[in-house]
Ligand binder design. Sequence first.
Ligand code: BYC
Length: 326
Amino acid sequence: MYAQMVKSEAADGEQTPEDRAFQARIDRGEKIEPKDWMPEGYRKTLIRQIGQHAHSEIVGQLPEGNWITRAPTLERKQILLAKVQDEAGHGLYLYSAAETLGVSRDELFEKLHSGAMKYSSIFNYPTLTWADMGAIGWLVDGAAIMNQVPLQRTSYGPYSRAMIRICKEESFHQRQGYSIMMKMAGGTPEQKEMAQDALNRFWYPSLMMFGPSDKDSVHSAQSMAWKIKINTNDELRQKFVDETVPQAEYLGLTVPDPDLAWNAGRGHYDFTEPDWTEFFDVLKGNGPCNEERLGARVKAWEDGAWFREGLSAHAEKAAARRLAAE
Ligand code: BYC
């Protein structure tokens, strides 16, 4: 697929001198800034990826927000509340980064609400028990970090700088999840069972977060040439498995993959691929919680209309007053 894509783009023969000069800047490792010239495809790819990333942070608040009122201790409640607030902050940095590319926040929201833009598949799965808060922090934030640490070196300046801040916070999120898992896995037999059940349900959806296998990844070749993406989906998925399996062993939990085995020759774990039919089905809107998640976001947007309209009316009146005083 990569080879085919690169070939077909080259075959178009539409590389202008600007395109070549742009690629040379990327190859030299220079950062691209908002006012710099960029190919339209680069701009569109970034809006798609950064926008979807922002949406994921905002939608990602929902499964965890659901547990704030039911956290088992005051300390856990405070920590979860802070984490969910951080996700809102990540969404805001990312929407701001996307806006530097000439898209408005309203347009991005409109595309999320109409289903024209995606958010991460992982948030279409339900959170059934408190142990799921542990599994999300450990596995979901763990997968997010694996993906986002290389993105700190992405070629677009505002995205790269947003990632640096986000990664610092994500590592705290991952540790809070692992701390919940340690408590549950080391607790009563019922608690350990809940921890195992959460791992069973979140393992494959977490592996899916890295995107389809490389042979089915539509955007990787071009995005990697532009250094929008630094690694392929499969490279990051393998790295995640290699780092997470020993963490599961430390917890005394079993990764739900009977074929998982260390391959000394490759220096990596062999593992079973996720069910890609399920992945594409979730992307089409048929996951267990797609309707509920999108419905919650649309309702929040509609419920907030009075506030947005009030702000605009106030801004218009203030501008009119300023004009009158001039
Ligand atoms: N879910 O060509 P590919 C978080 C889509 S937030 C849904 O490989 P690409 C957190 C893909 O968009 C974490 N869709 O795409 C928040 C494309 O469809 P379109 C979010 C997916 O972009 C709160 C098609 O499949 N992280 O961690 O080169 C609480 C083909 O894929 C998914 C980011 O967004 C998916 N999992 O690579 C806790 C990171 N995977 O757009 C935690 C930034 C693929 O053509 N994004 N698709 O309709 C990326 O690094 C890349 O966009 C991806 C996909 C690796 C995700």
